[in-house]
Design a protein around this ligand. Sequence first.
Ligand code: HEC
Length: 197
Amino acid sequence: MDSWEWNKIFGAILGTLIFVLVVKFAADAYFEPTPPAKPGYVVQGVPEEQTASTPTAPVEEPLPDFGSVLPTADLAAGKEISHRCEQCHDLSKGGPNKIGPNLWGVVGRDRATHPGFDYSSAMVGDHNPWTFGELFRFLKSPQAYVPGTKMTFAGLRSAQDRIDLLAYLRTQSDNPLPIPPKGATATETAAKPADKK
Ligand code: HEC
């Protein structure tokens, strides 16, 4: 092949490339994308907090008004839920400590004070009484509420489940903690502002 032949071959290749580029430019110009009026990824009806980041961060949940919700709670449902605790806790009067301490009378009991149980240092960090509010928050996510606790229970997400359970646990006592008057929960929260960091 002499150089003339090569020139023809290169010319043909170059011509093809130029043709492809021209077609591409024309197509881009013709089909120029226009931004959609609405972004397509907004899912209607999904609250923003669900799509936001850090889904594992415990969200500060308002306390229910125990004076209103406890008297109407479903004790049978609460008892049913308490079976999940029995995997680690004995609930009966004078019962033994198991993986966790005996829970007879735990509602109103001072934290980490049940005799004979070897609490984690996280749990003995304070001995405030287990009020309805404390238990409500603790049982949602034990490890988030008492970081370092050895209670390896994921928690009860549903507020109603926790209310039913607390109403039942309250009855498992020689001396049930009185149900606070309606509207009193706000006082409990306000009374202990430095409670949780
Ligand atoms: C997998 C085992 C396990 C399960 C299930 C479990 N717990 Fe516990 N719980 C523990 C352990 C262990 C401790 C002691 C925690 C520590 O010392 O950090 C504890 C501690 C507690 C305390 C603190 C008691 C005190 O004397 O201060 C409460 C209240 C409690 N659990 C309630 C419950 C309830 C209610 C349920 C059911 C919804 C439940 N736990 C399910 C293991 C468990």
